[in-house]
Design a protein around this ligand. Structure first.
Ligand code: G4P
Length: 531
């Protein structure tokens, strides 16, 4: 039986990722969460983003500002008796496959949407991964202090573009200069909005009015009140009480309106979120579901980061603990290689320093030095032999031919490309019939091309050139035993294989994908692969 402390520690864990299109307000919202958790003191302290050209994630800025333990992948803080882990999903230019993989380590996701824009491209991609995993998705519609799109339209957008039902938990009254506040549907109270400057007070004073209060109507003014009355009547008529079970299955997204910059609507969001989301739940493995509390320590690797320390080449493997307690003194078992060992300097990373962790619990993420052993998706246990379900490989969207300039260094070149691909920063593909003679590199975010070139030159001493190729879509052939040489209408389609020998097709348009599907009965193509 699990001891009381273990049960308590795991039950208070809440591990989630924040997803958004760049500029919707992910950094600002994260910062406000930290503020509520007492992890930072001043709002608006996360600055300097504009100066950092790229490659430096927003996280680094946050790290510099805080004095709490944190990895560059995870922020941990306590709030209202909960221990919260926020997982970073790299955005902006450093958007990469890591962004997708991080979602594999989260128990729920918070989706930030700009109220004036609605659902944007990057949100769609990230959202699909959440849907695939059936994890709860909470929506925060941000920037209500700016002119927003119609509330029903915003909800409709989420439902139609993302294909998930929504349930507004609060309802905004006005927006932009006319933004009066949000009405909590459960308590039937309006929290009034007051703009604040970011560096200022923790949050502006809010006045609460019950829907029956005289002041409510007065504050809204006649026009907005009438509009609110009509809207809320529609909402209450059309939507039932929130179905928490549907939320937990990822079928229904609770929606909140607010303004991260003005620290408005954040506490309401956090309180409902913590009430509805779950502690770490059992995770699928090839030996059935592993229970976070009843089973002893286990974890899986979801991200590998190279060169965290510029002074020497090292790799850090980030693992999500899925069950039990991690004890730094105990040997662990690396299932794939069958090796037993101690995890070398398990740590949570602080701004510049690394803090060694002695213990951590299911729901937490730790980083360990990787003695060239770990691969993405590896399972670690105390001795039991099982594997967590695989982390899918997602289809890259940008492709180049990788040409080596100094062919004398062929061995280093192959080694470098293979190692970097193993870390999961890039994917490499080869001509279907030839070997490593022609290498095509695919990436999810274009910054990875620069990183690849830089690392091959600096770490492996190989000069390379990246030549763009005229393809922008790649699909795995679902049944790998398919004979791709027999496919019809594939004149302008390139056939390649991945490192595991699985066949793929490269297309120049979505139309080309449809054309091949239409002309090859029974052929199935997929944009991610579970290895
Ligand atoms: P991101 O991480 O999703 O990319 O977004 P980030 O938080 O960096 O926010 C993007 C911009 O939107 C920032 O402005 C930020 O201040 C602003 N913002 C965030 N939340 C709100 C909000 O509730 N209302 C309004 N009006 N603006 C908001 P910036 O000018 O790009 O940067 P900064 O100079 O203000 O830091």
């Amino acid at each position: 039986m699990a001891d009381k402390k273990l049960t308590e520690e795991i039950n208070k864990r809440r591990t989630f990722a924040i997803i958004s299109h760049p500029d919707a307000g992910k950094t600002t919202l994260t910062e406000k969460f930290l503020l509520f958790g007492g992890a930072i003191n001043t709002a608006g302290s996360v600055k300097g983003k504009a100066n950092s050209k790229y490659a430096v994630s927003d996280w680094m800025d946050i790290e510099k500002e805080r004095g709490i333990s944190v990895t560059s992948s995870v922020l941990q803080f306590n709030y209202d008796g909960y221990c919260i882990n926020i997982l970073d999903t790299p955005g902006h230019q450093d958007f990469s496959e890591d962004t997708y993989r991080t979602l594999m380590a989260a128990d729920s996701a918070v989706m930030v949407i700009d109220a004036s824009k609605g659902v944007e491209a990057q949100t769609i991609k990230l959202f699909k991964v959440c849907v695939m995993r059936h994890i709860p998705i909470f929506t925060f519609i941000n920037k209500m202090d700016r002119d927003a799109r119609d509330t029903f339209e915003l909800l409709d957008d989420i439902e139609t573009v993302l294909g998930i039902k929504t349930c507004p938990m609060n309802w905004p009254i006005g927006s932009g200069k006319e933004f009066k506040g949000v009405y909590d549907r459960r308590t039937k109270k309006l929290s009034t909005f007051e703009a604040i400057s970011t560096g200022g007070a923790k949050k502006a004073l809010e006045t609460e009015y019950h829907i029956e209060d005289e002041g409510f109507k007065e504050l809204c003014g006649e026009y907005l009140y009438k509009q609110f009355e009509e809207e809320i009547e529609l909402v209450e008529g059309a939507m039932d009480e929130i179905d928490v079970e549907a939320v937990r299955k990822g079928e229904l997204s609770p929606v909140f309106f607010g303004s991260a910059l003005n620290t408005f609507g954040i506490d309401m969001f956090l309180n409902y979120f913590l009430e509805m989301t779950t502690p770490p739940l059992g995770r699928e493995s090839d030996q059935g579901v592993i229970d976070p509390i009843e089973d002893e320590f286990s974890a899986f690797v979801f991200k590998i980061q190279a060169n965290m320390n510029k002074a020497h080449r090292d790799r850090i493997a980030f693992m999500r603990i899925c069950s039990g307690r991690f004890d730094a003194n105990k040997d662990i078992y690396h299932v794939r290689s069958g090796r037993k060992m101690k995890l070398s300097q398990p740590q949570q990373l602080m701004a510049k320093d690394r803090k060694i962790v002695e213990e951590a619990y299911a729901g937490d993420v730790i980083g360990v030095f990787d003695p060239d052993l770990f691969s993405i998706g590896d399972t670690i246990t105390l001795g039991k032999k099982f594997n967590y379900e695989a982390i899918p490989t997602f289809a890259p969207e940008h492709f180049c031919r990788l040409v080596q300039l100094n062919t004398m260094k062929r061995k280093q070149f192959v080694k470098g490309v293979t190692e970097i691909a193993e870390e999961g920063a890039i994917q490499i593909f080869q001509e279907f019939t030839a070997g490593m003679s022609e290498i095509i590199v695919g990436v999810v975010g274009v910054l990875q091309f620069d990183v690849l070139k830089y690392r091959l030159e600096n770490e492996y001493g190989c000069e390379v050139r990246l030549e763009p190729i005229p393809y922008s879509f790649i699909r795995w052939v679902k049944d790998p035993s398919t004979d791709v040489t027999k496919l019809k209408r594939v004149n302008d389609v390139k056939k390649v294989k991945d490192m595991k020998g699985n066949p793929l097709l490269l297309f120049n348009s979505e139309w080309a994908i449809r054309n091949v599907l239409e002309n090859n009965e029974g052929l199935e193509l997929v944009d991610f692969r579970k290895n």
